[in-house]
Unconditional design. Structure first.
Lengths: 196, 215
């Protein structure tokens, strides 16, 4: 039960984007379309899962005073691995995400989970936590990207729902990210309140 | 196991260990992905060349030329037929005038210097606006925005706002200007032999009488 909570809390209750409001920079920057949001979310999920696993494994070997630099090195290593793998096997996605891939290193969700959770919990809990929070992040980015793509260009995952000419361009552009995110956060807060 | 104390020796050992493992694993991944990355980039380039040119048998030797108005050189891929005669060339050109800066375009020219096709390779234009360059300028149904078959020759291609006769992308005039800038750069550099002297190049009927006006 407890382990299931470690995993499932990332989706709604502690969703990193909609509830904790972490990682706003990639959230606003990469959600121009659903597929970009999903790609970014999955890349982050992989990094989060792997860094949580490694951090919880080495937590007893690293002296306290140098734990943050050590965590950053671990995270940066996995980000670089993701970057190279993506460049090799998904070049189109790599190009559309561009600068945001190396920036996963400084995504506060990842260091936040390493510091606040993985450095204090067991391997299994940390892996589940990383996977849950990561998938929650991917879920949030896909929803936001989907909403923006649908309102802006009438498509979801490049499948046309209604003709592009009727789309509200604003939603593809930066201000649309803020507006759409605001409404989704409001909706999620309402859902969370009803449950509580 | 107890946590090591934060004394100098332990900190150095811990950081050294972490960075050593990190660099070793990165080295391994780099080696494993080097070939696929190079292949993905090669494939992209080869596909783009094939897409912008009329039928050809093989590619000649690639060469680079420095455009008159730019610092970076552009790459030219001559296309040859079976008898080693040049049937056209693909030009990898660029512009820095995009709405978000750099745009890279592969554009093909046939023997007469007419545009035979193009493909945007790299851009950071606004999705849904400037990103429509590929579809917009190759839309055969709209003559005033279809640039394939045009022979730029001496006169640079321009959007209507600048006195030319090409429709800019709706709400993305800057991207359209940048796009044509890159095409013009390719044309002016790679087709210079058609520009000086009398060229046999023929313009498309509709664009014959419209001389560009400077506003």
């Amino acid at each position: 039960m407890n382990q299931w909570k470690n995993f499932s809390k990332g989706f709604i209750k502690e969703n990193p984007v909609f509830v904790l409001l972490l990682g706003m920079c990639p959230t606003l920057g990469t959600t121009g379309s659903a597929i970009n949001g999903l790609g970014m979310g999955l890349a982050t999920t992989f990094v989060l899962l792997m860094s949580n696993i490694v951090v919880s494994l080495v937590k007893n070997l690293i002296p306290d005073k140098v734990r943050i630099p050590a965590f950053i090195v671990i995270i940066a290593t996995f980000v670089t691995i993701v970057q190279m793998a993506m460049q090799a096997y998904a070049p189109a996605l790599y190009e559309s995400l561009g600068l945001f891939i190396p920036l996963i290193v400084v995504n506060c969700i990842i260091l936040g989970r390493a510091e606040a959770f993985a450095s204090k919990n067991t391997l299994v809990s940390s892996a589940l936590d990383g996977l849950g929070i990561g998938l929650g992040f991917a879920f949030a980015l896909t929803i936001l990207g989907g909403v923006r793509e649908l309102l802006g260009s009438g498509k979801i995952f490049n499948i046309t729902i209604y003709p592009e000419n009727y789309g509200m361009l604003l939603f593809i552009l930066a201000p649309g990210a803020f507006i759409a995110l605001g409404y989704i956060i409001a909706l999620i807060s309402k859902l969370n309140k009803q449950k509580a | 196991m107890a946590k090591p104390k934060s004394n100098f020796k332990n900190m150095v050992i811990a950081l050294l260990g972490v960075t050593l493992v990190a660099s070793a694993s990165l080295g391994l991944v780099y080696d494993a992905t080097k070939a696929p990355i190079a292949k993905a980039e090669m494939d992209k380039q080869t596909n783009a060349i094939a897409a912008v040119l009329p039928a050809f048998d093989k590619l000649g030797e690639t060469y680079k030329m420095l455009p008159a108005d730019g610092k970076d050189s552009i790459e030219i891929f001559p296309a040859l037929d079976a008898n080693n005669t040049e049937v056209g060339k693909a030009v990898k050109t660029y512009t820095n005038k995009g709405f978000s800066g750099y745009i890279e375009i592969m554009v093909g020219f046939d023997k007469q210097g007419s545009i035979s096709g193009f493909k945007v390779l790299k851009h950071a234009e606004t999705p849904g606006l400037g990103s429509k360059m590929d579809e917009w300028f190759s839309n055969a149904e709209k003559e005033s925005q279809y640039i394939i078959g045009l022979t730029p020759g001496n006169s640079a291609l321009k959007v209507k706002k600048d006195g030319g006769n090409i429709d800019a992308i709706t709400a993305a005039t800057i991207s359209s200007r940048a796009f044509l800038d890159a095409i013009n750069r390719a044309n002016a550099t790679a087709n210079s032999q058609y520009i000086d002297g009398s060229s046999s190049a023929t313009k498309k009927e509709d664009h014959k009488e419209q001389e560009p006006q400077i506003q």
